[in-house]
Design a protein around this ligand. Structure first.
Ligand code: MG
Length: 461
């Protein structure tokens, strides 16, 4: 029986559910068949790269996904346990027609999920994502005849191919010469092996905590300050240039400075963008409306650069970056998209860029952080059912619109109000039944004051 607190979440970001309750092998096979049917409706014999994060339910679910895809006539290339961005890399590498990842990203072990990538290794745009969900819901499948089933093959080259791609883009000699030492928390997720491979190749000495991909997460897996106590303690012992934390599918990266201070995921994108602009010169950057203004501060250091803001979601950021040949993009949750690697947020790109920054600037991480514009963000969540569900949102937005009529408003995704002293973004989550209220100001007090102002105007508790 479905649990009302833990529904099967179906959205443009894919599917997410509770293992053995709302997500089962049957659901995984059906979702694989729905995606396979979507591809088969346009391509004769699609090829699809699949992988999973390390959680124990993933092996069976990925086998079910492979079965669903093959039963609709797709050939399947199975990477086994791999990072989500590795699938993005391998879709391009194999010139495949799509990718599927079995992961619940930063959610705890009770959860699992599925998401799709298109033939460029990009999260599909909303209309296509909705079509996959429709086929899943309506069981509108194009099942193959007895001689047309797809083949399922294993490919062990995902990790080295991804690592080589990143290493090929950075100054390995400079990083090696800097004799950096770091501490890494891979949360026993899909990032364990490739993180080790990357650091070994770059000649970076490291201490690896939670470095076995067992999928039994040693702490709540979202790489937030509260969950990274062990990493901060380890980094604070001294002798490390910084600490890195990945989430279970290793698309997000959080950073700890040389004194063991958690600097916050917002800095990951700002530091990576800084390094990309240093290497490549002025250019276009893209990020979502909920991400810190720090990236605007970075862009200002390189005249001629610009920052494009999009709706929340990787697909939206990529949709802005790709046609404009953007240099770097991502999201404030520690998600760095370096288009020269792939179109998926990638913790390996983030690590390599930050290491190159440390190696070439020859200063500490904390001093690099000090050079970025100071900001503070507050992120609040509200359960949708506590305010009466989605129907309560349009009237709340209308009240905000009326109250802040003189300010700069952006309604691309929920509603964002830009004030001189900061901004507030109010929107419904794509992946959970919650409302997010995010505010940024010069310090915590200012950010909280802005958040309160908008929450009060919207009539939210
Ligand atoms: Mg993730």
């Amino acid at each position: 029986m479905a649990n009302n607190d833990a529904p099967l979440m179906l959205s443009i970001s894919g599917l997410r559910g509770v293992v053995g309750d709302t997500i089962t092998a049957e659901v995984a096979a059906l979702y694989g068949a729905a995606f396979g049917s979507h591809l088969r409706s346009r391509i004769d014999r699609p090829r699809v790269v699949i992988a999973r994060d390390s959680r124990p339910s993933g092996e069976a679910f990925l086998a079910a996904v492979a079965a669903g895809l093959a039963s609709t006539g797709c050939d399947v290339i199975d990477l086994g346990v791999a990072m989500t961005p590795t699938v993005g890399v391998m879709v391009i590498h194999h010139r495949a027609d799509g990718g599927m990842v079995c992961t619940a990203s930063h959610n705890p072990i009770q959860w699992n999920g599925l998401k799709c990538l298109d033939g460029d290794g990009v999260a599909p745009p909303p209309a296509e994502a909705a079509e996959i969900v429709r086929r899943f819901r309506e069981r509108d499948l194009l099942l193959a005849g007895p001689t047309a089933f797809g083949k399922i093959t294993r490919d062990e080259s995902g990790d080295p191919t991804h690592v080589e791609r990143v290493v090929g883009l950075v100054d390995v000699q400079a990083i090696r010469a800097a004799n950096l030492r770091v501490v890494v928390d891979s949360v026993n997720g899909a990032g364990c092996r490739p993180a080790r491979m990357l650091l070994e190749t770059l000649g970076v000495e490291f201490v690896h905590i939670n470095g076995e991909p067992t999928g039994v997460f040693a702490h709540t897996p979202e790489p937030t300050q509260a969950n990274l106590v062990d990493l901060c303690t380890a980094a604070a012992k001294g002798g490390f240039a910084c600490g890195f934390a990945q989430d279970p599918d290793a698309d997000r990266l959080a950073i700890v400075d040389e004194s063991g201070r958690y600097i916050g995921e917002e800095y990951t994108l700002a530091l990576a963008a800084l390094r990309v602009l240093q290497r490549e010169g002025a250019g276009m950057l893209a990020t979502n409306l909920s991400t810190s203004r720090m990236i605007d501060g970075v862009a200002k250091k390189f005249p001629g650069s610009r920052v494009v803001r999009t709706a929340v979601g990787e697909a939206n950021v990529v949709a802005a970056l790709k046609p404009a040949h953007g240099l770097c993009g991502g999201e404030g949750n520690g998600g760095v998209i370096w288009p020269r690697v792939c179109w998926v947020r990638d913790s390996l790109s983030g690590m390599a860029l930050v290491l190159e920054l440390l190696a070439t600037q020859k200063c500490s991480l904390s001093s690099l952080v000090k050079q970025l514009p100071r900001c503070a963000m507050v992120k609040r969540t509200l359960k949708l059912n506590a305010i009466g569900g989605m129907v309560a949102l349009p009237p709340a937005f209308a009240k905000v619109r009326a109250t802040f009529v003189g300010e700069r408003l952006d309604e691309t995704d929920g509603i964002r109000i830009d004030f001189a002293e900061g901004w507030v973004h109010l929107r419904a989550s794509n992946t959970e039944p919650i409302i997010r209220l995010i505010a940024e100001g010069d310090d915590d007090r200012a950010a909280n004051a802005l958040a309160d102002r908008v929450a009060n105007a919207a009539g939210l508790p």
